[in-house]
Ligand binder design. Structure first.
Ligand SMILES: C[S@@+](CC[C@H](N)C(=O)[O-])C[C@H]1O[C@@H](n2cnc3c(N)ncnc32)[C@H](O)[C@@H]1O
Length: 363
């Protein structure tokens, strides 16, 4: 919950500038490659909403161009002057040293970087084979110009601006391509996103190491709640951010090892002193407070924490619904969801305290 507050704070500050770590990109892409070594072979990979001169996405795909067997790599940036927060922007060396450099365009235009072949004839295709130019517009992913690049691509990968995530996913789904994206985990309860999850058009990726997502930021500690920004590394840490994709990976097909309802009540330490398996008031389902407490012998609908999706195996469970308690069709739970004051007196409307996903075992 702490991380959540930090995230909301950062969002409220219109802070869309979080840069992804190389090791996190490598780890995520490796999970797709382990499942299918040829997943990117012969494909055009497009990295929108990037800052290619500094981005680890561009660096990773450029340096692994040959190994992945890419056909083409395209990455685009957003004009500094269009960004919500124009921090101390300095054009990169690549740009400043080029004949094409333009002091006005560098601020008002997006840029496009492309790799297709071994231009410098050094026997390998990598970052040194990159060509660049200014875009006609500012590089907004919603522009016609960038949408054309989306349509040309086979796979679209980025960490998009968090404040435009709904628009970004609508744009991605409209393109109908493969994608990998970083997002706030709560996005799965958004009414625009949940149907994609339920219909298996989008699922959790392999994930950040131990669930900790570290990003580089141009801001300092004063922009974040205590403990989020690390002065030594210059990184911010979020625990409520994850990878999402429609590309297969192995973890998605590993079923959870679970106990029966009776064994959970007897042996699952987390359930001690907790209300477990209560029936909701307005929905025919039981509440399961922890993913590892999902009973393997219950045939009806179960409300599970949204973190379940990290462990979701489509051969094991079917996703039925989501109860985002911030929407009007909230599923109310009793008694764990009642809001009580310090003396235990029930106050206000009964609402579930946590977002839940409703699932059912596949038999
Ligand atoms: C979360 S950062 C991630 C940057 C990079 N992809 C990475 O992961 O290191 C999102 C980037 O999208 C840019 N951006 C913001 N609004 C945009 C828009 N409408 N179209 C394209 N890019 C946008 C931001 O300026 C920022 O550079």
């Amino acid at each position: 919950m702490v991380a959540n507050t930090n995230f909301t704070k950062a969002k409220a500050a219109k802070n869309d500038e979080f840069y992804t770590q190389y090791a996190d990109i490598e780890r995520e892409i490796n999970a797709y490659l382990e499942y299918d070594a040829n997943v990117f072979r012969g494909k055009t990979v497009f990295l929108p909403c990037d800052d290619p001169e500094w981005s680890n996405f561009t660096l990773y795909f450029a340096q692994n161009f040959d190994r992945l067997g890419l056909r083409k790599l395209i990455s685009t940036s957003y004009a500094p002057r269009s960004k919500a927060d124009l921090f101390d922007y300095v054009p990169s060396g690549i740009e400043q040293e080029s004949d094409r450099f333009d002091a006005e365009k560098t601020l008002t235009r997006g840029k496009i970087f492309v790799i297709t072949d071994d231009r410098n004839l050094d026997g390998k295709i990598d970052l040194k084979d990159l060509t660049w130019d200014y875009l006609e517009g500012d590089g907004d992913f919603r522009s016609e110009e960038v949408t054309r690049l989306r349509d040309e691509a086979d796979v679209i990968i980025t960490n998009p601006p968090f404040s435009l995530f709904r628009d970004y996913m609508a744009w991605i789904m409209d393109g109908g391509k493969q994608f990998v994206v970083i997002a706030n985990k709560n996005c799965i309860t958004y009414k625009e996103i949940f149907p994609l999850i339920r219909n298996n058009q989008m699922w959790s990726g392999n994930g950040f190491r131990a669930g900790n997502a570290y990003f580089r930021t141009p801001h300092d500690a004063t922009s974040y709640s205590q403990g989020v920004f690390d002065e030594t590394t210059g990184l911010v840490k979020f625990r409520n951010v994850d990878w999402f994709t429609n590309i297969e990976h192995g973890r998605r097909h590993q079923p959870l090892q679970l106990m029966s309802m009776a064994d959970n009540l007897k042996f699952n330490k987390k359930l001690k002193g907790k209300d477990a398996f209560d029936r909701y008031e307005h929905y025919d389902a039981i509440d399961v407070p922890f993913t590892d407490a999902i009973p393997n012998d219950y045939d009806g609908a179960m409300g599970v924490p949204i973190s379940f999706l990290d462990k979701y195996c489509p051969e094991q469970f079917e996703i039925l619904n989501a109860n985002d308690f911030r929407t009007s069709d909230a599923v109310r739970a009793k008694p764990h969801g009642l809001i009580k004051d310090k003396d235990g007196t029930v106050v206000g409307d009964p609402k579930p305290r946590y977002a839940r996903i409703l699932i059912r075992s596949i038999r």
